[in-house]
Design a protein around this ligand. Structure first.
Ligand SMILES: Cc1cc2nc3c(=O)[nH]c(=O)nc-3n(C[C@H](O)[C@H](O)[C@H](O)COP(=O)(O)OP(=O)(O)OC[C@H]3O[C@@H](n4cnc5c(N)ncnc54)[C@H](O)[C@@H]3O)c2cc1C
Length: 613
């Protein structure tokens, strides 16, 4: 089974995305146009990205003090991506977009993440940046910045983190002050001067495009020089590397944004990662030091604007993690089918006179392959389900849009974190299946692991996702989001119960859900955040596994029905049923151990003292 056949099954047979065609926004599309977008992206990813993925790793970005150098292949791959029109895939036809559903856009972009996640990084950041400007920018900001980003003339970044402010963005130290008395009359938006340092900025410097549009978080000091504490004081600014006029032409002036240096990463090396100095006086735009930036939205609403895009961004990160897992799974499956080693175990022991068998015939190797299959195909189902919810949020009727919004609140931390952990584990298992070969740079699986290791760190670390889930999401609106999710799980379990092949897992799911619900209550029994949240990460892990068990059962129900009706690819459906059984036999039982710590409000981590280590 190829990744494409899995994708097609999940999109069309499981999620029934063709039903979206009845909605006015997607009426000009057809199942054929959806398929043709997937075909085009699959082809570009195969021809322009995959062959150069290793090169982008070995020839990592190099700064000669003046310019950053990238392999020519990165330039060519991104030119092909821009040419495909995918930067504006979900945007209106009126501005040159394709008006594609989010679920198809995500599915199409999955090919690039699998072929070369780090080369694709520039494009993902650019469309995220432009989408944010479409939602929060003024008409001129959309015309000048978003449209040129969608056209691929310029690429974009997201500048949140600073050396001293990562998880805790309320502590950003970058400051923005009004630029001259006429600062409010600039056609590009209220004009400020920014000063500060931004750390870890992906795609912060390169020469792939003629300009780079940074979206920067900074605080505007009050008249007495103080700033509003916390995240409420944060505003958002467009800071172009090179200044532009209202027609979008470069003015020839360099903005005061300087590359302090590149970070040298474990993986994901094809995307430059930068420390940027804003307003240190290296350049003098409009005759003075200070980076020129244009306010987006209202002062103090910077983080709210950024978080508006968070659902899609975090689904994108999760999908990237899944695709790296998928790449490793396919490589290890291929290896396991070809590598002869050992002989079958029989009742009488091993017969050394017999020829060796491919390692895929050993139960333990099948265990490692099934684990990977259950993680990566389950992870793909999770991300597509969430992307489909985004479409429901934007184009569904009032009730289903409201439900989709609630479900996304509670599922987004899982969409980001679950594949980051378990598809990374898939990459580790892919190395294991390769034996010693997997530990060398002659095979691709070590790079997959290194590339994937980022995903538990950026876009909110694992720990922060757990705090968000247990500390906020399951409690919000009186627990409405969690209750709705639980009702969906119950519905899947109830529908599965009458079928012999699914009844056992359905009962297991019901029990796991009950344990999850009671552990959630027990964690908060005293209403003390310090007590409840000390075990937020095991809670996140347990919650994620229950969600995945639910989705696997839902997928398995479609496979069972197709086998009963004699339609579809029987081997593929049997494989999916086996992956579901694997997940219930080997993975779901882990939930009890995680939730034991949560429900007992296990104090060991919280009580541990610094000087006891
Ligand atoms: C390769 C790469 C690319 C990146 N790209 C970008 C980008 O394009 N733009 C951008 O703005 N940023 C980017 N980042 C930054 C990234 O988002 C941060 O690294 C991340 O938010 C964590 O911040 P930190 O590194 O300062 O770690 P810290 O915040 O110092 O966290 C360190 C550890 O402490 C834990 N921790 C922190 N606070 C708490 C708490 N309150 N409770 C419990 N545990 C806590 C964390 O979970 C983590 O395990 C990138 C990072 C990397 C490595």
């Amino acid at each position: 089974m190829t990744m494409r056949s899995t994708l097609d099954f999940l999109l069309f047979d499981w999620l029934g995305v063709s039903s979206l065609l009845q909605r006015p926004r997607f009426a000009e599309h057809s199942a054929e146009t959806f398929a043709s977008v997937l075909d085009t992206c699959e082809r570009i990813a195969r021809d322009k990205f995959a062959p150069f993925n290793r090169l982008s790793d070995t020839q990592e970005p190099h700064f000669d003090g003046q310019r950053v150098h990238l392999p020519e292949a990165t330039h060519a791959a991104l030119a092909a991506y821009v040419e495909s029109g995918m930067l504006a895939a979900a945007q209106d036809h009126g501005i040159g977009g394709m008006q594609l559903p989010c679920v198809i856009e995500m599915a199409a972009n999955a090919f690039f993440s699998k072929a070369s996640v780090s080369m694709g990084g520039y494009a993902m950041l650019t469309s995220g940046n432009a989408n944010l400007l479409m939602a929060h920018g003024t008409p001129t900001q959309r015309d000048v910045f978003a449209k040129n980003l969608f056209a691929g003339r310029w690429f974009g970044t997201m500048c949140l983190s600073e050396p001293q402010a990562g998880s805790s963005l309320s502590d950003v130290a970058t400051r923005a002050v009004p630029d001259a008395d006429d600062f409010e009359s600039d056609a590009l938006g209220p004009r400020f001067r920014l000063r500060g340092n931004k750390m870890w900025i992906s795609a912060g410097e390169h020469e792939i495009t003629e300009n780079i549009v940074h979206l920067v978080l900074a605080k505007i000091p009050l008249p007495d020089g103080s700033v509003v504490p916390g995240t409420k004081g944060i505003s958002l600014f467009i800071v172009p590397k090179k200044l532009v006029d209202v027609q979008g032409a470069l003015t020839g002036e360099r903005n005061d944004v300087a590359l302090a240096g590149l970070n040298h990463k474990l993986g994901y090396r094809g995307t430059t990662n930068t420390l940027l100095n804003f307003g240190e006086g290296k350049f003098l735009p409009r005759g003075a030091p200070g980076a020129v930036g244009y306010l987006v939205g209202r002062p103090g609403e910077g983080l709210r604007c950024m978080f508006h895009m968070m659902n899609e961004a975090r689904i994108g990160v999760g999908l990237g993690a899944v695709m790296l897992g998928f790449a490793g799974y396919e490589a290890s499956l291929d290896h396991a089918r070809q590598r002869p080693q050992g002989r079958p175990m029989t009742a009488g022991g091993k017969d050394a006179a017999q020829p060796q068998v491919p390692i895929i015939q050993h139960a333990d190797v099948k265990r490692m392959l099934l684990a990977q299959k259950s993680y990566v195909e389950g992870g793909l189902a999770l991300e597509l389900y969430c992307a489909r919810l985004v479409d429901e949020l934007h184009t569904g009727d009032e009730r289903s849009a409201r439900d989709a919004g609630l479900l996304l609140e509670v599922l987004t931390p899982i969409a980001k974190s679950w594949p980051s952990e378990w598809c990374l584990e898939a990459n580790s298992l892919a190395i294991q299946v390769h034996g010693g070969y997997g530990y060398t740079r002659d095979f691709p699986v070590e790079q997959h692991w290194r590339d994937n290791r980022l995903n538990m760190i950026h876009e909110g670390t694992h720990g922060i996702q757990g705090l968000d889930l247990l500390g906020r999401k399951v409690l919000m609106h009186d627990g409405a989001a969690f209750k709705l999710l639980a009702a969906r799980m119950q519905a899947t379990a109830n529908a599965a119960l009458p079928h012999e092949a699914l009844a056992g897992p359905a009962r297991q799911l019901q029990m796991a859900l009950q344990t999850l619900e009671s552990a959630t209550r027990a964690a908060w029994v005293h209403g003390q955040p310090e007590e409840a949240l000390a075990n937020a990460t095991p809670y996140l892990q347990a919650f994620g596994h229950v969600v995945l068990a639910w989705l696997w059962l839902d997928v398995a129900a479609v496979c069972r029905a197709r086998l009963a009706d004699g339609i579809g690819d029987a081997a593929a459906d049997r494989g999916r049923l086996a992956a579901m059984r694997y997940f219930y036999a080997y993975e779901l039982p882990k939930v009890d151990a995680w939730l034991l710590a949560v429900a007992s409000r296990q104090p060991v981590c919280r009580d541990m003292q610094d000087d006891w280590f």
